[in-house]
Design a protein around this ligand. Sequence first.
Ligand code: FAD
Length: 292
Amino acid sequence: MKLTDLLRRPQPTLSFEVFPPKTDATFDSVLNATRAIAALRPDFMSVTYGAGGGTSRYTLEIVTTVEREFQVPTLAHLTCVSSTRETVKQRIAELKEAGVDNVMALRGDLPPELVGADRSGWDYRHAVDLVRELKEAGDFCIGGACYPEVHPESKNQKEDIAHLKEKVEAGCSFLTTQMFFDNNLLYNFLYKIREAGITVPVVAGIMPITHKSQLERAITLSGSFVPQRFKALVDRFGGSRAAMKQAGILYAADQIIDLLANGVKNIHVYSMNKPDVAAAIQSLLKDVLSAP
Ligand code: FAD
């Protein structure tokens, strides 16, 4: 199933994300977590791509397992910047052969020493290069990433949105946001991209923070702004695993309720291979998601 068919329906969607194992030894435990999340029957599940790593082939294996065993639609992530054209073409051929409908086209993170480097000899410079290649290769429903707080390498939001528009015009039919902890940042971003003529569905990415160190890692990675309200909660409950988990899940659920109340109806939870967190969010939002 093409995800845009789901995302354009009037009903809200709630989807979850899993990431493939970093080593072969943990594949079974990741697959078990994936099965437990798929058993919750989310509207779809995304599976990230371990850029350049030896376990990147697992994305496809996880995606096909979810579709085959649970009939839950999936979104396979694919990155390009640290791969050769030959490898990317091979991955795309494998996705096509396996009947994958939905692909998230990503550039991937650059190692710090390559951020300002001359890219003229690179096979892929930006995600848009991969979007074009996927578009040519088959009838994929292609998603792209977007950044309500501006991508850390962009000079400013205007430039970032201009590049985003190029990505959509090249063939992205929906976008998923980087995590954010203040919904007003998303509302401002949506206003600006709609004004710039970007009309595709935008899926709001929400990360439930269930322990203190996870917040530190998430901020380093994304540069997301942490509102005082959330900082206070981490200061007060960060020392207790159980309390932080409960507070983090409730904060994420509260963010989602506010999004749904304000017309943002496609919600993606960065569930980080944690079936208990995915189940708790789903259960807290059951009636809200099915409200007439
Ligand atoms: P791009 O769209 O290429 O944008 C990156 C930067 O380049 C931006 O500053 C943009 O403004 C600029 N840019 C874009 N086009 C041009 C152009 N033509 N000229 C000049 N500048 C341009 N990483 C993984 O390794 N695996 C994953 O599975 C994964 N999943 C993700 C899912 C989501 C929803 C998000 C938000 C991120 C994900 N990432 C993943 C991280 C992502 O790879 C990084 O954020 C990366 O730094 C940028 O990827 P992008 O696809 O947004 O790149």
